[in-house]
Design a binder for this molecule. Sequence first.
Ligand SMILES: [Zn+2]
Length: 278
Amino acid sequence: MDAETGRRRSMRWLPVVALVAAVASGSPDTDDLATAVRGAISHASSSPAAAASAQLPPSSVTPAPTTVNRTTTFGTSASGRPLTVTEIGNPASPNRILIVGCVHGNEPAGIAVADALAKAPPLSNADLWLVPVLNPDGVSADTRQNADGVDLNRNFPFGWQSPGQRGAVDYAGPSALSEPESRAAAALIKSIRPTTAIWFHQHLAVVDNSQGPAAVETRFAAMVGLPLAALTDYPGSAVGWEDATFGPTAFVVELPAGVLDSPAVSRYVSAIRAIPQP
Ligand SMILES: [Zn+2]
C-alpha cells in the first residue's frame, strides 16, 4: 500500500481503538458506554477520512448483550431432592423459553436435551430456562409418579378433577398443587412467564398441536422430524394450565421410546434454539 492509503486506514481505525480502550477501562454502566461511544465518534469526525466511520450504522458500536448461564434450586421434591433450573441466554430478551426435560419419571429421554442446551453457547436473542428433571424421585424409582404416588401432570390447577385412588397410574393427588414439585413449577412459571414452553414426555413420537402455539409447534415438528398430532388435554396437566393461564404458549413433545442418540439430541437442541424468530 502507498503511504497515503496507509495513513487513512490507520485513521479509520482510530475511533474503534478509542472505543475499545474506553470500554476496556470503563465500567459496564450504559451511560459510561454511551459517553465512550460519543467520544470516539467525536474524535473520528475531526478528519474527513475518519468521518466516514462515524457514519457506520449504530449497530457497529452497540455492545453485545450480556448473557448468563446460572443454575439455581427452585424447590425440593417430596423426598427432599433438589429441583434445579438453569437460565442460559440473554435475560433481557423477550423470548423466554422454558424446557422441562422430564415430568413423568419413567419418561426420561428429554433430560439429555435440557442438559445439552445448558452446555451450548448462550443465545443473545433468547432466555432459556432449563428444568432437566421436575420429578427426580420418579426418575430414581423409574415411576411415572412422584414419591407421593401422584401424577404431577394431573396435579396442576386448570381443570383439576377429584382424583381416583392413590396407586392409580394417573392419580391426581388430594388437591390441585398438593405436590411440592408442581407447586415449585407453578411458582417458577408465574415468575418467568415463558413465551414458549416445551414439556417432554415419551413415547408416542409426536408433537402435540392440540392447544399451544400452532406456528411454533408446526415448525418444531418439521425440524425434529416428528408428526403433529392433537393429544388429549387431560385435566390438571401442566400445559393445559399454562395455555389457559398465559395464552397458547406451551406444548407437549412426545419423544420416541428409549434413549435419544447424539444426532437426535442435536436436532432437538437446534429446533429449540431456532424458536426465537428475528
Ligand atoms: Zn408423560
